[in-house]
Design a protein around this ligand. Structure first.
Ligand code: ADP
Ligand code: MG
Length: 349
């Protein structure tokens, strides 16, 4: 992927900082009316009229959040944007702008950053957001990417983490656990590669899982679906750290306990099959794996008929009472185990 020995690669210092910024951002065009001034001045100018503005930021550090041995830079660019947009959607807002700051060491040629920005550009296009600025600086070791996303919504549409009421239904979009298993596959193949670089792994069998890890999507469709169904969640969060941890957030912030049902947790057949291959319980992947970027939200029971039977939405439990504990209700028995952020160890063989 990155091969410094190839002669056609361009060292960063050939372009200089300003040349580099121009080179990377030249082809980005703004698409939103709210973007009054994008890249090129001392600051961007935005105009949202009467809407509430939602802002979030996330930093990704090489060696901590990603491993360039098996993460293509284009995917990294795409995913860095997605994780931020996911947070905007989790407020029931629509993202419209991003700022991208990078710190990069001289071991990266210009072509590597081009790949990164290709991924950023595809995300901007797919999600209709404008790149309106950022910062570029050098780093002594690896690559760091910090992205800030901005979005808007009407005040009455905003959804916080703390809004759940008594006996609300707990709903999740999509399916869970796949991104975690995708990472396990990539790490396993990377170990094989380190021992024998001539081994060309065939990952096609695991396409779904690896895709969920490398190229996640944010909750745009779900937010639009909820609007169309006329369902306004009472509380919402995106699943970045695993279902358990996110349920605990909704619980802590609302003060209500939650019961979730093991048999209701949506799992793709590939998750079940591959978890077995790794000797882990697929439910553990969903509870503690993370990086699924699905939306987890509560709705009033009155709204159940509106979402019932929708293949993208699964009711996995409900809130209980103020100050109650959080439980995972086990399949085929009356027993329950307390939900913990660290995962429920007893599940692991
Ligand atoms: P300043 O010196 O005022 O910080 P810069 O020269 O860093 O300005 O940036 C010039 C313009 O390019 C600004 O609009 C800034 O937001 C944008 N910019 C800088 N770095 C990046 C980047 N990595 N990605 C996108 N836009 C950037
Ligand atoms: Mg700057």
């Amino acid at each position: 992927m990155l091969d410094d020995k190839q002669p056609q690669l361009t060292p960063l210092d050939k372009l200089g900082e300003f040349g580099l910024i121009d080179h990377l951002t030249d082809s980005f065009e703004t698409q939103n009316e709210s973007t009054v001034k994008g890249i090129g001045d001392d600051a961007a100018v935005l105009n949202f009229n009467q809407n509430e503005t939602v802002v979030t930021t996330d930093m990704l550090v090489e060696g901590i959040h990603f491993n360039l041995a098996y993460v293509p830079l284009k995917h990294l660019g795409y995913k860095s944007v997605i994780v931020n947009l996911s947070d905007i959607y989790a407020m029931n807002a629509i993202p419209s702008q991003i700022l991208v700051s990078i710190a990069v060491s001289s071991r990266f040629p210009v072509e590597a950053l081009e790949e990164l920005y290709k991924g950023i550009k595809i995300a901007c296009k797919n999600y209709n957001v404008d790149l309106i600025g950022g910062d570029t600086t050098s780093s002594t070791s690896g690559l760091m990417i910090s992205i800030t996303a901005i979005g808007t919504t009407k005040k009455r549409d905003l959804v916080y983490r703390d809004g759940a009421g008594e006996n609300d239904l707990l709903v999740v979009s999509g399916d869970l656990g796949a991104a975690y298993l995708g990472l396990q596959i990539l790490e396993r193949e990377n170990e094989v590669f380190k021992v024998n670089p001539n081994m060309q792994p065939d990952l096609s069998e695991y396409d779904y899982l690896v895709g969920r890890q490398l190229k996640p999507e944010a909750g745009k469709n779900i937010i639009e679906l909820l609007k169309q169904l006329e369902v306004r969640p009472t509380s919402m969060i995106d699943i970045s750290d695993g279902l358990s941890s996110e349920v605990l957030h909704l619980s802590k912030q609302s003060g209500y306990g939650f019961n979730i049902y093991e048999e209701k947790i949506p799992l793709d057949p590939m998750v079940i099959k591959t978890a077995e291959e790794f000797g882990i319980n697929p439910i553990t992947c969903a509870l503690n794996g993370g990086e699924d970027y699905e939306l987890l939200f509560t709705i009033s029971q009155n709204d159940f008929s509106k979402i019932k039977g929708n293949p993208n939405l699964t009711v996995i439990g409900h809130s209980t009472e103020q100050n109650a504990e959080n439980y995972l209700m086990l399949k085929g028995s009356d027993s329950a185990v307390p939900l913990t952020a660290q995962g429920w160890k007893a599940f692991e063989e």
